[in-house]
Write a protein that binds this ligand. Sequence first.
Ligand code: HEC
Ligand code: HEC
Length: 254
Amino acid sequence: MPPALIAAPRMKNKSCFTRRIGIAALLALGALAARPGLAAPPPPGHVPDTIEQRVAACIACHGREGSSTEAGYFPRLSGKPAGYLFNQLQSYRDGRRFNSDMTHMVRHMSDAYLREIAEYFAAIQLPYPAPPATTDATPAMLARGKALVFEGDPARDIPACVRCHGESLTGVLPGIPGLVGLPRLYLSSQLGAWLTNDRHALEPDCMAKVGRKLTSADINAVTSWLVMQPVPADPKPQAAPPSPVPMGCSALNP
Ligand code: HEC
Ligand code: HEC
């Protein structure tokens, strides 16, 4: 995939990025998010305030019960580690991750509310679609992608993806997501965001350190290989990394 295509889905977010909220605005958002009103029960006669009701808007984009739609960009939510989903919702709200739709969705939500939504989606187990039958990637490209996943690139100090994302690439609790079963455009866009320093987590932000080292060719190779992998029969995230992770990650500290 040419770099232009990697950048494409992020264009819409740039205005949001450049309008990056200042400290004062962030404090104001924090105050709003702390309002207890959001969790207040609705007056009698209104639609009941159930979690299903609250996540109806999310499903409009992310697909039924959080599974990704055919639109090819919206990431799946169901079955992802609750800690990971919570961190991402907080990141959109607090300006570490930029997507105008997502920021709009969560800007007034409290941590307690975001955690409830995260736990709701994490608990949903739905089958994953089969991977595509064909690829336009060359065998050399696929081999390069696979090598990055299982061995990394020691000469460039890039650790193997499996060391953090788990041997079966289904993620690791509490905060590392799986890398299989995601749309290619979404994967490329996220890896592109680390390359351009547009996606952040709380420090230590290990994925930003890894992502910054990948070139467009690496991204192309690794995403080509990843999308061809079936999601294993047991798609649940692993309870712990296979061995100590190669660097500190806030995602592993709940
Ligand atoms: C208008 C469409 C839209 C709506 C509505 C929406 N989302 Fe999203 N969501 C997106 C897009 C697009 C992305 C990918 C954004 C990016 O590139 O960072 C995303 C990303 C996410 C992610 C990050 C996933 C990952 O793997 O990192 C989470 C979590 C999420 N959304 C949760 C929600 C929840 C919960 C709601 C409802 C409260 C919601 N979304 C409503 C479009 C939407
Ligand atoms: C040192 C640990 C570590 C290594 C090694 C690592 N990752 Fe990650 N990765 C993470 C963490 C932690 C996150 C979650 C980041 C966040 O919370 O924003 C993540 C997130 C991601 C995501 C975002 C998924 C989504 O749903 O949005 C992608 C894509 C990704 N990593 C790809 C890779 C690839 C490809 C490699 C190998 C070249 C790799 N990672 C190696 C820790 C790691």
